[in-house]
Design a protein around this ligand. Structure first.
Ligand code: G6P
Length: 589
């Protein structure tokens, strides 16, 4: 959700460095932004903040400085206005603060601060924190004041604070992610490690209740509750700058779609790891696959894959619903928490609750050092490289590849799993070939004015349908619904009229005949049938070919849907990388 970037060092264009940092965080989704620059004179802190996107904005109007920090806001408390954007200043304009999270008890504290004479300019919970620090700093050292204020804040929060005297950034976190980056005569801070890549690969991920004082030459760490001094756990980031940029592609999402065959072939080439994790699953008595959004569909895929390949039942829960499934958890349970970012709050909460029941956690996660990664007993990296398009693509395909391999490994047939992934790579390449993409583009042109699109499938294609509909709606804003084909006659058919677009996934498996019947039911009511299959059929009004890849056919099928969603979005004139109202990583409940 909100992005944070901070710089303190020898360069005098700190605000510009921060602006570039914020641009690298734009993919997270935001509605306003702001930067504070602390000049060397000890005068008031200069702030520039605006509702809307950064676009071509510059920071030429901010003073030259060696310390600056900035924020991209995704509004929670208070509307999307310039005034509500962060950073917020105290009454004197000498303390600035940015914040991620929700300050739950801000109202009581605000009332007390108003009585003490503090003057508030915005409607945000965040501004209360900076006045609270101002209040405490009247009677104690600045660092202590920040620590005390942070400990007063209820909820899951991260704050970054600076003042005109100390030439440091002070950061504290509880729940919301923060990472500090170690440079040479300069240091950094961000909400997301990928934003640090152009500057440094040496990082420390702040744990809950950790506080960092970031100066030019050192970063000091403390426990925010006890004040105890801590040693940073330095890690080296494995990603490259280029991996996180769009290169020659017009949008990140398109680049990430094209990277998918490479992601799956790398996973297949390194399949040896899978045995250890398969052993955890075998040993458990009751496994849950838990995910949110697209990752929840990977979890549903896992349920089908484990049943079909490994003849093993696994439970599935959406992160936000998992809290209502705790009754059967115990020390022998295993939670497979699936998340690209490793920061989705509903997943982190699920993991916390499962732990309280003694369950073990296996994280299937893409971001090294993320909170989920650190919390897990067993860590399985998705290894899809940085994913920046808000709508998950390559991380999803990576999740599917690992779950397929795991299911085969549990069945004692890892080699068959590798073979099936290899077929999926070939099939995905075919879908991504020029003639196939041209066909999908042509379809997007045909469908661009549709109000509704229905997508049907059975078995593994059921969740292909769910994920396809999600992709279409989240970026093109066309209402799309994914359905189990068998459910059509229980309601959805009522909505099919002449010309209603219906996408039917018909892979070469046991679902083919029954799925075809669904397509025919649609057709009989006037539906325009788009068949995605290994072979054409007369019921199809439009046909997209996908070569069979056994149990992994779901992967090329999803690629068709990703491309269709992408080109629908382009046709309709929207930005696929930054869909309205959505964020890449949902770090609030
Ligand atoms: C957001 C993103 C989705 C993603 C979901 C879960 O809603 O827009 O693309 O699937 O969060 O994210 P995670 O990082 O936990 O996989």
């Amino acid at each position: 959700m909100c992005g944070i970037f901070g710089y303190v060092g020898h360069q005098s264009n700190a605000a510009e460095i921060v602006l570039k940092g914020l641009k690298r965080l734009e993919y997270r989704g935001y509605d306003s932004w702001g930067i504070a620059a602390v000049g060397q004179t000890g005068a008031r802190i200069a702030v520039k903040k605006k509702a809307g996107k950064i676009g071509g904005a510059t920071v030429d109007d901010l003073p030259k400085s060696t310390l600056a920090f900035g924020h991209t806001r995704w509004a929670t408390h208070g509307g999307v206005t310039d005034v509500n954007a962060h950073p917020h200043l105290d009454c004197t304009g000498t303390i600035a603060l940015i914040h991620n999270g929700i300050f739950e008890n801000y109202e009581q504290i605000k009332k007390k601060l108003i009585v003490r004479g503090h003057h508030f300019r915005s409607e945000t919970d965040t501004e209360v924190a900076v006045h609270l620090i101002e209040e405490y700093a009247r009677s104690m050292m600045f660092t202590k004041a920040v620590q005390k204020a942070f400990n007063d804040m209820k909820g899951l929060n991260a704050i970054i604070v600076t003042d005109v005297k100390n030439h440091t950034l002070i950061a504290a976190r509880n729940g919301s992610p923060l990472v500090v980056g170690f440079g040479d005569g300069e240091n950094f801070l961000a909400s997301d490690a990928a934003a640090l890549l152009p500057h440094t690969k040496q990082v420390h991920f702040l744990e809950d209740d950790e506080m960092a004082i970031i100066g030019v030459n050192a970063i000091m760490l403390f426990n925010a509750k006890t004040g105890e001094h801590l040693q940073p756990k330095k890690q080296r980031l494995t990603w490259n700058v280029r991996d996180a940029e769009k290169g020659d592609y017009p949008f990140l999402m398109l680049k990430e779609i094209y990277e998918q065959p490479g992601v799956v072939s790398d996973i297949a080439a390194n399949a040896a790891y899978v045995q250890t994790h398969a052993a955890h699953i075998k040993k458990s008595r009751g496994a849950y696959l838990v995910g949110c959004g697209t990752a929840s569909y990977a979890a549903v895929a896992g349920e089908y894959l484990f049943s079909k390949i490994a003849k093993r039942h696994v439970n599935v829960a959406i992160g936000s619903e998992f809290g209502y499934h705790l009754d059967f958890l115990n020390r022998d349970s295993l939670i497979v928490a699936i998340s690209q970012s490793g920061e989705t709050m509903d997943i982190l909460e699920s993991v916390k609750k499962a732990r309280q029941k003694g369950a073990k956690i296996l994280a299937l996660v893409n971001v090294l050092g993320s909170t989920l990664y650190r919390e897990a007993d067993y860590k399985l990296m998705i290894d899809a490289g940085p994913e920046k398009g808000v709508a998950s693509t390559k991380a999803f395909i990576g999740m599917l590849a690992h779950l397929t391999l795991l299911a085969y490994a549990v069945a004692g047939k890892t080699n068959d799993g590798v073979a099936v992934l290899t077929r999926a790579v070939v099939s995905m390449k075919k879908v991504l070939s020029d003639p196939s993409v041209r066909k999908i583009k042509k379809l997007a042109k045909k469908l661009k004015k549709s109000e509704h699109i229905y997508v049907i499938g059975r078995g593994l294609s059921y969740l292909t349908a769910l994920e396809s509909a999600l992709k279409i709606k989240e970026i093109s804003y066309i209402h799309a619904e994914g359905l189990a084909a068998g459910e059509l006659k229980h309601g959805p058919l009522a909505l099919v009229t002449k010309g209603t677009p219906c996408i039917a996934f018909l892979p070469d498996d046991e679902t083919y005949g029954a799925n075809l019947a669904g397509a025919m039911e649609m057709k009989a009511r006037g539906g325009y049938i788009i068949g995605v299959s290994h072979k054409p059929h007369e019921v199809f009004d439009y046909y997209i070919q996908v070569p069979t890849a056994g149990e992994a056919t779901i992967m090329p099928n999803v690629v068709v849907a990703q491309l269709l969603a992408y080109y629908l979005t382009i046709e309709r004139g929207f930005d696929p990388d930054m869909p309205r109202n959505l964020a890449k990583s949902v770090t609030v409940k």
